[in-house]
Design a protein around this ligand. Structure first.
Ligand code: ADP
Length: 663
């Protein structure tokens, strides 16, 4: 109606673009009405590029001053939301080329000067003068309540977002909507997507194209919760590579069919780069850790050779006649050497645990006998400090279980040694209780209790951490490197158990570990117990056997030779594999083979010896080594060795081996 009036008034107007004249022509009354009306009224040039007139409602509704619009009429078109802009432009063009009778009716959304998205309705008619369009006259009305509508806020949010939002019609592959973030991220115009819906794919990095499909929705399952996400790189027109994380969701029609697909694409380049940096840092740290472990393993191996000499010589000296002073001095050497050895063993075990090289055996063991032996081995330490060392095994604790005897021993020895170390008077007790048992397995709890110095509450938390010691370096009353409990925890964890500690300062501590065990099937295998030692008098042992030692290290040669001669053996020495192979093996009852020889390693040397023997007499061969991983041990047996003797050589172990293989 109002446009009709405007139209009539304008008819009286000469073809001029001067607002002043329009005002004159409109007449003061009608001009007043239009000027202050709450709807927007405007008159534009036929190409829409210029405002001849616009009323003040525009300032209230859209936030621009009229002067701004007169000066920069493109503000309006630029403010139209991206996915409506083309529609509006096209409608204008169609309108321009249309007939006199045509009118323009348009719905679109626009971002106001204050950033609000508002839905508008345009209604306009052309003014013709002598068949020539001289102006367009129209109104702009806000669609009811639109500016407050939540969806408009979302639309605004999406328009401003750096994340790409898109909607696609899957039937005809049309791009229904895409926000302006696409242009920024892809570096391509969103217009092109309208004519070439797959143009986004042109930017996908050539290396990623094979596993990125153009169709986003192929993997959707209609019946499940449907999100499909993928990651790929794009190679932008400026040569920059960006990582994209894309998520898409199906849009269902009323009939439940997938009709479209909505999605988002985010630039995750920074995250990917950060993750890559972290991964690299982790790899570097792991490599450094591996290098440290290798170094520690190598060091403890190297330290064993001189330690072998010290302990070996001490044992040989111990066999000779010594005066009281000398006996005392020798005891100090032996004790210090044994302490060093225990430390080296801990370091080696720890490095093996760290790099996951420590293997666990499943062997049949008599738990009661193992505990008895353990207590008797550790008793001298307790006696020295006048402590009451005792153990208690509850009745329902299974005696015959399957586990790794050496590791159980190691765990309990560590806990018992600590208890003795940190207790000055009173008792140390080992208690074993059964927590659960069925036909095939049982769970046992081992508790070591002492009446020692106890641990401060604040220090308890980190007690199982490696290199953790409660005393400060300069105020130490007990020695140690803080590896014992870390090893206990690692071992228990790896065996599927758990550790715990409770303690009261000045009263004592309780360390416990819970461990699962398989029960032995008593009907099947015969019981294989760890060899028991100590009852016989080894001092008396004499063997009338001939032994070959293959060893390149002069000190080790000497110690092994002296120890073997001491127990009655006739000993010959080969310094390398070649010398060993040239010997007549038939005359030996036993060969000790060092694994690291200068010309060929012990494994190869043994293979050659076994080949030479063919079907003749088979001589027992025992590997001699400072440290051994379980895969090396397996290899020893594979190449035909019969046993392994660890350096430093302990006299009773040597005696046991000679008895087992040669006596
Ligand atoms: P360390 O070689 O120093 O004994 P551990 O890992 O065995 O290393 O023990 C770590 C620390 O825990 C020890 O330095 C000691 O302070 C404390 N600790 C361990 N066992 C006991 C205990 N039974 N009583 C009191 N303190 C203990």
């Amino acid at each position: 109606m109002i446009t009709q009036h405007l139209h009539q008034w304008y008819e009286k107007l000469a073809a001029t673009n001067k607002t002043k004249k329009i005002r004159q022509q409109l007449g003061p009354v009608f001009y007043q009405f239009v000027q202050h009306h709450e709807n927007i009224y405007w008159i534009r040039s036929p190409d829409f590029l210029e405002y001849y007139y616009i009323n003040s409602a525009v300032e209230k509704l859209l936030g621009w001053t009229r002067e701004e619009l007169y000066q920069y009429p493109e503000i309006w078109i630029d403010a139209i939301v991206l996915h409506d802009r083309e529609k509006v432009k096209k409608a204008f063009l169609d309108f321009l080329h249309g007939s006199e009778k045509k009118s323009l009716n348009l719905d679109y959304s626009l971002v106001t000067a204050s950033g609000k998205i508002i839905s508008l309705k345009d209604n306009a008619v052309p003014i013709f003068k002598e068949k020539q369009c001289v102006a367009i006259i129209g109104t702009t009305l806000p669609v009811d309540g639109s500016s407050n509508h939540a969806s408009e806020f979302f639309r605004y949010f999406i328009e401003k977002s750096n994340t790409v939002f898109w909607i696609k019609n899957l039937k005809n592959n049309d791009q229904i909507y895409i926000n302006s973030a696409y242009e920024k991220l892809w570096g391509l115009s969103s217009e092109r997507l309208k004519t070439h819906p797959d143009s986004w794919y042109e930017m996908v990095h050539p290396e990623d194209k094979p596993h990125v499909s153009k169709a986003p929705l192929l993997e959707f399952d209609k019946d499940s919760e449907h999100t499909c996400s993928r990651q790929y790189r794009i190679l932008k027109p400026d040569g920059k590579v960006r990582w994209i994380h894309e998520k898409s969701y199906p849009v269902f029609s009323n009939t439940g069919e997938i009709s479209g697909c909505a999605g988002i694409a985010e630039d995750i380049t920074e995250d990917v780069l950060r993750e890559k940096e972290l991964r690299q840092a982790k790899e570097t740290a792991e490599k450094a850790n591996q290098a440290k472990s290798d170094f520690l393993a190598m060091m403890s191996h190297e330290l064993r050779t001189p330690l072998n000499a010290i302990l070996g010589m001490a044992q040989i000296l111990n066999q000779s006649k010594l005066n009281r002073d000398q006996e005392g001095q020798l005891e100090v050497i032996t004790q210090a050497g044994n302490h060093l050895l225990a430390l080296l063993n801990d370091i080696l075990d720890f490095t093996k645990l760290e790099v996951g090289k420590l293997k666990f055996e499943d062997e049949n063991l008599n738990l009661y006998a193992l505990i008895e032996k353990l207590i008797s081995d550790i008793m001298p330490q307790a006696k020295k400090k006048n402590l009451a060392l005792s153990y208690f095994i509850e009745r329902d604790v299974a005696q015959y279980v399957i586990s790794d005897a050496k590791r159980i021993q190691q765990i309990l020895t560590n806990l018992l040694s600590n208890a003795i170390k940190y207790t000055e008077k009173g008792h140390v007790k080992l208690k074993i209780t059964c927590l659960q048992r069925n036909n095939t397995e049982t769970t046992l709890c081992f508790t070591v209790e002492d009446s020692g110095i106890g641990i401060e509450k604040t220090k308890i938390d980190g007690i199982f951490r490696r290199f953790q010691q409660i005393e400060s370096l300069y105020q130490r009353t007990h020695d140690g490197v803080g590896l014992g409990l870390a090893i206990v925890k690692e071992l228990v964890d790896r065996m599927g158990g758990s550790t715990a500690v409770s303690s009261e300062l000045g009263v004592g501590s309780q360390f416990s570990c819970i461990l699962p065990f398989m029960l032995q099937n008593m009907g099947s295998e015969p019981l294989k117990l760890s060899p028991s030692k100590g009852l016989e008098n080894i001092q008396e042992c004499k063997f009338n056997v001939t032994v070959l030692i293959v060893e390149d290290n002069k000190i080790n040669q000497k110690i092994a030779k002296m120890m073997l001669e001491h127990i009655g053996c006739k000993v010959e020495v080969a310094e390398n594999a070649e010398q060993a192979l040239n010997k007549n093996h038939l005359k030996y009852d036993l060969i000790f083979m060092d694994l690291g020889l200068p010309d060929m390693d012990g494994f190869q040397a043994v293979q050659h010896i076994r080949l030479k023997e063919c079907s003749g007499k088979r001589i027992p061969i025992v590997a001699m080594t400072a440290h051994i991983f379980s895969h090396d041990k397996e290899r020893c047996f594979e190449v035909g060795m019969d046993d392994v003797l660890l350096k430093p050589i302990m006299r009773d172990e040597l005696v046991a081996i000679v008895r087992r293989w040669a006596a």
